[in-house]
Design a protein around this ligand. Structure first.
Ligand SMILES: [Zn+2]
Length: 465
């Protein structure tokens, strides 16, 4: 065979194509592959298989072998608030009283932190995610632009949901809507292939019915993703169902009129049409069987944030029921002010342990299904499962490598179990988003980590003054 013929027999890839191999490869869409490999070219996955198979097909590419490690799709964090990263640990003393916690957060964000501080903190939060193998965020922000820029600068993927301000009355709905869409349109104009803009009407107890309706109509007409905090706490349930309790007192003290709909948050969102837009619902702790049906039938999605829910003492959302009903559910860290880490492996582990220990648990969750929720589930929750969430030829190359070589992870009898029960964010060796390596072996490749940390220290000192 002449050299020319030999060349044409090779599978065509560009000179920058990469061949990654490891002891395990988890496509998620198929069973784990021992001695697996993946070929990535530009932004996409070209091939997935065993190392031997791909070496025959792509002999021209140098093999990067990670050995005792797992190659898998990037983790998805589908509910975060990167803009308040500087408040990690800052509000813990107020946690027992949610009202005091909220006031301290709002005052700090509004009066102490500058816009530059919020942006710097969001950058640090996004970097924490990249280091933790998170390739895609569903981020919510009052200063949506902070999370938006943070994802871009770190080379991450995501949807940033511009959040409403406190707007519980119909009287100001038109004005509130104009202000919200102004901010949203600025983000939309700055969208990239990786970072998209969405809208977040905050919660049924802070957004008026009219504003909810305007946002929903707009989302449907303009094809905009929306995310809502819903059914998070017993206080929210009280306000919605009986018009009494903690939030009712706040409204009364602020001279705000509130007419309780007399139904659950999910039922309310269904009645006023919000579920038509298939929202990503964060939390869903206080949900009945009927609520779960409404979520499933409308193809709404859920961001499951078990650590944040537990830290506040809100309870545990019935993850096993969401999965049994085949709802698109992914994991969310919520803000690091209420977690205090952005580690999806830890979130997934906690979710599993809580679900298994629930006295009324009707399904024993297996490790494989949970790792699927952390990747493909999160992608479904954000409506991105056609592009990401599995390792398959043609999909976007959002790929991570997690080391399994530490003594604390050995021996590995089952790779899903080793990842879920014996690994965490600090075991991540490499993060690739759309083919671009953004983190490798302790080093951030897109930004200066020392600078980010120094800025965070400066901001935190100012907060404690
Ligand atoms: Zn949240």
């Amino acid at each position: 065979m002449s050299d020319v013929q030999k060349k044409s027999a090779l599978s065509p890839v560009s000179a920058s194509a990469r061949f990654l191999a490891a002891d395990y490869l988890l496509p998620i869409s198929a069973a784990p592959i021992a001695d697996g490999a993946i070929v990535v070219d530009k932004t996409k996955i070209v091939a997935v298989g065993t190392k031997t198979e791909l070496a025959e097909k792509f002999p021209q590419i140098k093999v990067e072998n990670f050995g005792e490690a797992a190659i898998m799709p990037g983790l998805v964090n589908c509910h975060s608030h990167l803009e308040i990263t500087a408040m990690r640990g800052f509000l813990d003393d107020a946690e027992a009283d949610f009202y005091t916690w909220l006031i301290k957060l709002t005052k700090t964000r509004g009066e102490i932190l500058t816009e530059a501080d919020v942006k710097a903190a969001a950058l640090a939060g996004a970097l924490e995610g990249a280091r933790a193998g998170i390739t895609c965020f569903g981020d919510i922000g009052r200063f949506g632009v902070a999370g938006f820029e943070a994802l871009k600068t770190n080379g991450l993927r995501g949807v940033v949901f511009q959040e409403t301000e406190f707007s519980p009355t119909d009287k100001t709905a038109d004005e509130d809507f104009e202000k919200l869409t102004d901010k949203f349109l600025e983000l939309r104009a700055a969208e990239t292939a990786l970072v998209k803009a969405g809208l977040s009407p905050h919660a049924p107890y802070t957004v008026s019915r009219k504003l909810f309706e305007r946002i929903t109509d707009y989302a449907l007409a303009e094809n905009v993703k929306i995310s809502v905090h819903a059914a998070e706490s017993v206080q929210e349930t009280d306000l919605m169902e009986t018009g009494a309790g903690f939030f009712a007192d706040i409204y009364k003290n602020s001279n705000l009129e509130w007419n309780a709909p007399g139904v659950s948050s999910i039922e309310y969102l269904s009645q006023i049409g919000v579920l038509r837009a298939k929202p990503l619902l964060a939390h869903c702790v206080k949900v009945s069987g009927a609520d779960i049906e409404l979520i499933a039938e409308s193809d709404s999605r859920i961001a499951h944030c078990p650590k944040s829910n537990a830290k506040f003492g809100h309870g545990a959302a019935p993850l096993e029921k969401f999965l049994s009903r085949k709802i698109g559910v992914g994991f969310g860290s919520d803000s690091v002010a209420s977690n205090n880490s952005c580690d999806i492996l830890e979130e997934a582990r906690f979710a599993t342990l809580i679900a298994r220990s629930a006295a009324n648990g009707n399904r024993f969750l297996a490790a494989a299904g949970i790792i699927e929720a952390a990747t493909l589930g999160g992608a479904r929750a954000l409506g991105l499962d056609r592009e990401i969430g599995t390792l398959e030829a043609g999909k976007q190359a959002d790929v991570i490598v997690i080391s399994l070589a530490d003594i604390a992870q050995q021996p590995v009898h089952d790779v899903y179990s080793a990842l879920l029960f014996a690994s965490n964010a600090r075991d991540v060796r490499m993060t690739i988003v759309a083919g671009e390596e953004i983190y490798r072996d302790g080093r951030a490749l897109k930004i200066d980590e020392a600078e980010v940390k120094a800025k965070l220290r400066e901001i935190s000192a100012k907060m404690r003054e």
